[in-house]
Each structure stands twice: as C-alpha cells, then as structure tokens.
Design a protein around this ligand. Structure first.
Ligand code: ZN
Ligand code: ZN
Length: 318
C-alpha cells in the first residue's frame, strides 16, 4: 500500500489528540486556575484545522503539477533517494520555511492568512491547529518552488513540508520548560512561546520551523525571559471563536482598506506593506473621526504616508 503524503497530518491526528489530552490534564493539576484551555477556543482551533486540511487537499491537486513543471523543465540537479538527499531536502525546506514565515509577518497579503495562527490569546497544543484555509491563495506554495528547481520530486516536497508542520505541533505548549542544548539547534516550546507573544521585546521574533539556527543567523532570535511572561495573541484582539471570522477578518479589512485608501501607491501598500501600515492607517482614520470632518479631511493620503513611516515597525503593534 502506498502512503499518501498529503494525508500525513491527518494520520498523526491520534498523536496530536493524545498530547492535547495529556497537556489539559497536566496543566489542570500543575496550574489550577490558570485556565490555559477553553472548550470554545479548542473547538475553534479544531474547526480551523479541518477547514485547512480540506482546502489543502484540493490545493495540492493544482500545486503538485506546478512543482512537476519546474522539476521536469528547470531542475538543475537530480538527487538519488538516500539519507543524504533527505537531510539536504529537510534543511533546504526549513530555510525556505524560515523566510516564508518571516515574510508572513512583514507582508500584509501573507499576514492575512497567517494571522489566524496568532489570533488566539491562549497557547497550548491545540493552538497548532489554528491554520488558515487561505494559505494556497496567499501563495505559501510559491516558497517551495526552489526545491523543485533544486531537483526534488513534487511528492517529496509535499512530504517534507508536512513533516516540518507536523514537528511544529510539539512546540505549542506551556507545559514544557527550556530544553538545554536543544535550544541552540531546534525550535522548542520556549522559543515558540516567544514567537506567539505580543510583548515589545518578543513580538516578531523566532520564526523558526524546526531549526532555530536561522533565527540566530539572521538576527531574529530572542530568548524567553523567566521574568517576563509572554502575553499571547495579537495586539488588536479578535474576540471571536467563529472560525470563519477568524479566517477572513484580515482579508475583509485588507479589501476595505484597498477600496477606501486614495492613490495607487497606497492601494499597493494596503496589500503588500507590513501589516503595521494597516494599523497606522486605521489609527489615523479613527483619530480623524474623533476630531471631526475637517481633521478627517486633512488626514488623507499624505498623513497615511507619514504614519506609515513613523512609529509602526512591527506586525502586531497597533
Ligand atoms: Zn508566526
Ligand atoms: Zn505557532
């Protein structure tokens, strides 16, 4: 029987569910009153996972032939299946994942999909289930095309992408502390807690998939400080457990900004600038509304540009 790589994460579902059950039981005993799990949050996360799995299954039908096109026509090397080729593929994909993830926090079009993963104010194993069915539209798959050009067959690309995501499930927990020397090599629960935090010193850091060496190499690594607990979520909270709202709220906001903002440069910014541009734009509009129509008129396209270049340097700061 041939294993279908596209179903890897579904096949791992029993392991994921067992971890969630253990963590919920463990945290209730060790941190009573902390309420690190909520049924509504967990069900929302599970719904988002199922929606994303269904969308991905469809998307692979289109994306795999694209990888096959690049593999057949533009590959620069031909790898023999071996442990060496597996390690090269694993490291190469993890590096590409780092840049996909970093871009997802710096380009609003990609953030519109990735924000789903960050919009819960809880952090537990079920948070890993918070994924967006819009990733194929956002273009996550574009980041793996170099692997096809590098000579890896489409099925291997799909498999390594899913192995990487499968590993990342295990870093979404508050039940595990720092892990010694592993913190220097691998993404760990401590490192990923920082990534999900919105504290000033933690925000937009630690983009690692499996290997944290990329964060250390490219200057985005921050260590979890035992004296500063992470505050989870996005700075402008969503306040919803509706998976459809969680999936589409940023896309709706982006479309509204694209329509309302004046000038093509600003329209392009509404789509592709760092997400902080949108926060600045919204803050500018709210301020304009507060001081009346005259002030609102003066807070048009020019002030938006001023705001954009001003204080907002991070993804999740308002
Ligand atoms: Zn992220
Ligand atoms: Zn995460």
């Amino acid at each position: 029987m041939q294993f279908d790589a596209e179903l890897l994460l579904l096949a791992m579902a029993p392991v994921f569910l067992a971890c969630i059950g253990w963590e919920a039981w463990h945290l209730r005993r060790t941190r009573p009153g902390a309420q690190l799990y909520s049924w509504r949050d967990t069900f929302c996360n599970a719904a988002l996972a199922l929606m994303q799995q269904a969308a991905d299954k469809l998307a692979w039908l289109v994306i795999i032939p694209v990888y096959a096109f690049f593999y057949d026509h533009y590959r620069v090397y031909m790898w023999q299946a071996s442990w060496v080729s597996f390690v090269v593929l694993f490291v190469a994909q993890d590096l590409l994942y780092y840049w996909f993830h970093r871009c997802s926090h710096r380009v609003r079009w990609l953030w519109a999909a990735h924000v789903v993963h960050h919009s819960s104010e809880r952090m537990n194993f079920s948070t890993a289930f918070r994924q967006s069915l819009m990733y194929p539209i956002a273009g996550m798959w574009l980041f793996w095309i170099p692997l096809a050009v590098f000579g890896f067959p489409p099925k291997q690309i799909v498999a390594i992408v899913l192995i990487n995501l499968g590993f990342q499930f295990f870093v979404h927990t508050q039940a595990i502390g720092k892990l010694g020397w592993l913190e220097y090599v691998f993404n760990t629960p401590s490192i990923h807690r920082v990534h999900h935090a919105r504290n000033d010193r933690y925000i937009d850091r630690n983009y690692a998939g499996v290997l944290v060496i990329w964060d250390r190499l490219f200057g985005s690594y921050v260590e979890e400080d035992p004296h500063e607990a992470p505050m989870y979520g996005i700075v402008e909270p969503l306040h919803t457990y509706n998976p459809l709202k969680a999936t589409f709220h940023e896309w709706a906001s982006m479309a509204a900004d694209f329509v309302s903002v004046r000038g093509w440069r600003n329209k392009l910014r509404a789509l592709f600038a760092p997400p902080a541009w949108a926060a600045a734009y919204h803050a500018g509009r709210a301020a304009g509304a507060n001081v009346g129509a005259a002030a609102a008129a003066s807070s048009g396209a020019t002030s938006i540009e001023d705001n954009h270049t001003a204080a907002f340097q991070t993804t999740r700061r308002p």
